[in-house]
Design a protein around this ligand. Structure first.
Ligand code: ZN
Length: 510
């Protein structure tokens, strides 16, 4: 007797639950590697991770999963688009096809190329010598092209790579958005540079006790809504957030005595990621629907809390008195307004990960343009540093002194990974687009933040973003939450308003 629909759905869910468990176990091993594992554990850990990830991949790409998806697609055709069942089958189909399209030989070659190129990239970066790395970069460009060909695309090869990380986004959509950003932000950056002395941020470097910083930051993220019954905070060299299920979503942080921003804003950022995971529906747990809609949407949640909340005036009206009582000495003689201004200082800088809110997207735009040119063959790898430096000058007004602070700065190009960078800008834009809608829905939001109340804000995000997990593509999610697909206008209006005021730029122009 043939199995009925609900039996098949049950079978598919059981298989997918095993796949999820295997990849979550791998994620826990990775968390341990970054936090507590002794240096001697590297070799065994690499083997354990590779075994778990291979098992999870084999199980997921099995013919049985493919057969069940195919049959369920026919049988569930009438269910509503946003129902758990229809969404499960739709999203699993997308993941399954992508995983099956890449031939195992290509996957192995990509992994090998990455591990061979990484140490060469480190040496080239250290020696400030792009030429050393160029042959490996050539190989990576070629492999990115082969991945794009294997996945397939209609218009631009970048579309195939982008669709893997930001489903439904196209190169053309991003080009239009980036053109809008460039037009508005390049002149704003130049204007801010002319008024650079309007903000003095020396207070941030006065020396803050590291242990007190960590405990203060933890207190803040608890207040925002990060649930420590289902989470914890540890230290690591590179801060991150990771989730092993709805009941265990962790963050890490790092702390510097000499630079205040790192620990507090890093912790708020990671807790933004973590609150997203903590808010995902239990009913979609252990399925491909449980997770971030895309890296860009995930980043929107961290940036929203870090920048639109954590770097806002109402936030500091609430928190500055307590910060001052914890750090009376370094904060001596600095009032709440002065501190708010200090944490918002904007200035063109060479390194993406250190960039402020205004200049950050220009770092991303430049990489997006260069990746496209490399992929389409209009830029040769040997000419990359020169092209980098020219774009840098025109977007940020700075001369790049060497390749270490130029084309060799990011780890991303040391492995095969084109199509990742746009997610950072998509995150900034989504954060602002959501916030604009939130302000309309909750006109007293600033007053709530000023009195330290964040529950309604978190509730809005849970209802409109978090609980859906991966059910919708980024554009679908934004349509549902704000009434339109991804757009740059709210972010542009936000930075023009905020930084126009901070830097006293010509009234009316912004
Ligand atoms: Zn992040």
């Amino acid at each position: 007797m043939a199995a009925n629909t609900s039996d098949k759905l049950q079978q598919l869910k059981e298989l997918l639950a095993e796949v999820t468990d295997l990849s979550r176990a791998a994620a826990l091993l990775e968390w341990d590697q970054e936090t507590y594992m002794p240096p001697g554990g590297v070799q065994s850990r690499a083997e354990q991770l590779s075994t778990l990830l291979r098992l999870s991949h084999v199980r997921f790409t099995s013919d049985e999963v493919g057969r069940l998806i195919g049959e369920l697609e026919d049988e569930l055709g009438g269910r509503p688009f946003d129902s758990d069942e229809a969404s499960l089958v739709r999203v699993t189909r997308r993941d399954y096809d992508q995983a099956r399209k890449l031939p195992p030989d290509l996957v192995a070659e990509v992994a090998r190329a990455g591990s061979v190129a990484r140490p060469v990239w480190e040496k080239a970066r250290h020696d400030e010598n792009f030429g050393l790395f160029a042959p490996y970069m050539e190989k990576n460009v070629e492999l990115n092209r082969r991945i794009a060909d294997a996945i397939g695309y209609e218009d631009r090869p970048y579309d195939a790579l982008l669709d893997r990380s930001e489903p439904g986004m196209t190169t053309a959509q991003l080009e239009a958005i980036f053109a809008e950003l460039k037009k508005a932000i390049v002149p704003l950056i130049a204007d801010i540079a002319r008024h650079a002395d309007a903000i003095d941020d020396r207070v941030l470097y006065r020396g803050f006790d590291p242990d007190l910083q960590v405990s203060y930051a933890l207190g803040v993220v608890k207040r925002l809504g990060y649930d420590l019954e289902r989470g914890r905070q540890d230290k690591s060299t590179h801060p991150f957030s990771t989730a092993f299920g709805p009941g265990d979503v962790r963050i890490t942080t790092r702390v510097s005595r000499d630079f205040f921003n790192e620990c507090l804003f890093g912790s708020i950022h990671e807790s933004g990621h973590a609150m997203y995971n903590q808010g995902m529906g239990h009913d979609i747990d252990r399925t491909p629907l449980w997770g971030g809609a895309s890296p860009g949407v995930h980043e929107s949640q961290s940036r929203l809390w870090e920048n639109l909340v954590g770097r806002s005036q109402p936030f500091w009206r609430h928190f500055y008195p307590s910060l001052r009582s914890v750090f009376p000495e370094p904060l001596q003689g600095v009032d709440e307004e002065g501190f708010y201004r200090a944490v918002n200082r904007a200035y063109p800088s060479l390194i993406r990960v250190e960039a402020d809110e205004v200049t950050y997207n220009m770092h991303v735009l430049l990489r997006f343009e260069l990746e496209n040119q490399l992929l389409e063959g209009t830029l040769k790898v040997k000419d990359l540093p020169e092209a980098w430096n020219a774009l840098f000058k025109s977007y940020l007004g700075l001369n790049v002194p060497n390749d270490r602070e130029g084309a060799l700065q990011d780890i991303h190009w040391s492995y095969v990974s084109f199509g990742i960078f746009p997610g950072y800008t998509i995150g900034n834009l989504i954060g602002a687009q959501l916030m604009e809608k939130i302000h309309t829905d909750m006109p007293d939001l600033d007053a709530q933040i000023e009195t330290g109340q964040f529950a309604s804000l978190l509730g809005w995000l849970r209802k409109n973003v978090h609980r859906h997990g991966r059910k919708f593509t980024p554009n679908e999610l934004m349509e549902r939450a704000t009434g339109q697909p991804l757009t740059a206008a709210p972010w542009i209006a936000y930075v023009q308003r905020k930084f126009g005021a901070l830097y006293a730029l010509h009234a009316g122009r912004y």
